[in-house]
Design a protein around this ligand. Structure first.
Ligand SMILES: Nc1ncnc2c1ncn2[C@@H]1O[C@H](COP(=O)(O)OP(=O)(O)OP(=O)(O)O)[C@@H](O)[C@H]1O
Length: 303
């Protein structure tokens, strides 16, 4: 069995993990993890230090092969990844603009392995695709992203000289201009001041509708994130509780993990029995995804 499979487009699932276990030597760091991410859904991964969050992201991104279990992805799924931080050689001459452009061609859909695997296409079809895909990376979208994230004035600066908060916005822009189907954000507001954090989370919430992508993010800023999240996955090697923020924030597992912080987060009014909410693996509150049917294909054809 191969660990990575393609999902059929009829599934409407961007990515799916099935029964993932992962060990580093004898250390079992992930145990029986199953999850799904749908278009326009925001899924937030929380958990204490060492819970396995980064490892799970790397497995979903295809950077680590899980010891056991299976990852399934939508065909030709494009993932935009915003890492926690990046190290750029201080002696390397590189402007912010150049940094944003790096690797754009590598992400070009015509270079995708799956596309290549289909074999050579007739010249006419290749020409049409070229025109189409060139248009997809048109400057309008790139300029819009740059403007919305307020990084236009930084474009000619050396990337090494920008502040922590500016770097977060640049990394988010870099992930977005690839027009991802799935955006993966590893602690997106690290080093950003409080006002900036709220703005970035509001922007992330907007992104899912404008870009039509699903979003998976690791975050410790639970009180801000919760209001924009469809589903919370609370990880501590295994998924100790999952579900809508309302349920998770008051579940005993969550309270045990986050202690006093959990009370601050439990900002939601709700009136149902929590014994029903525990260990709800695979439970998905996907109002937005259900309300607005997958527009990904339309989205791809614009521009
Ligand atoms: N390459 C590796 N080799 C061996 N052990 C590793 C490796 N990467 C991570 N680990 C271990 O796996 C466990 C999970 O680490 P991981 O970085 O996934 O946790 P995390 O939830 O992202 O933590 P944090 O919140 O501190 O970033 C930790 O015990 C860590 O020491």
């Amino acid at each position: 069995m191969t660990p990575v499979d393609n999902l059929s487009t009829a599934d409407s699932i961007l990515i799916e993990a099935q029964n993932i276990n992962h060990r580093f030597a004898d250390n079992l760091v992930l145990q029986n993890i199953s999850l799904q991410i749908l278009p326009k859904q925001i899924v937030t991964l929380i958990g204490p230090n060492g819970a396995g969050k980064s490892t799970l992201l790397k497995i979903l991104l295809g950077l680590i092969k899980p010891s056991e279990g299976k990852i399934r992805r939508a065909e030709n799924l494009r993932i935009g990844f915003m890492p926690q931080k990046i190290q750029v050689d201080p002696t390397l001459p590189m402007s912010v603009k150049r940094f944003l452009q790096l690797g754009l061609n590598r992400h070009h859909p015509t270079n995708h392995k799956a596309a290549l695997a289909k074999g050579r296409k007739p010249l006419f079809k290749r020409l049409v695709e070229r025109l189409f895909f060139r248009a997809r990376y048109d400057n309008t979208l790139i300029n819009k992203t740059i403007e919305e994230l307020d990084i236009g004035h930084l474009l000619n600066q050396p990337i090494q000289k920008v502040s922590g908060g500016e770097m977060q916005r640049i990394l988010l822009a870099r992930a977005l201009i690839r027009q991802p189907d799935l955006l993966v954000l590893d602690e997106p507001v690290q080093g950003v001041d409080l006002q900036g954090q709220t703005e970035i989370y509001q922007y992330i919430n907007k992104i899912r509708h404008e870009y039509g992508c699903g979003i998976l993010m690791v975050s410790h800023d639970l009180h801000i994130v919760m209001s924009h999240t469809d589903q919370v996955l609370c990880l501590n090697q295994h998924l100790c509780c999952t579900g809508h923020p309302q349920s998770v924030s008051q579940s005993p597992e969550f309270q045990a993990l986050f202690g006093e912080m959990a009370d601050e987060i439990a900002i939601y009014e709700h009136h149902h029995d929590h014994s029903q909410c525990q260990h709800t693996h695979g439970e998905h509150h996907q109002e937005s995804a259900n309300e607005e049917k997958l527009t990904l294909n339309n989205h791809k054809e614009v521009k």
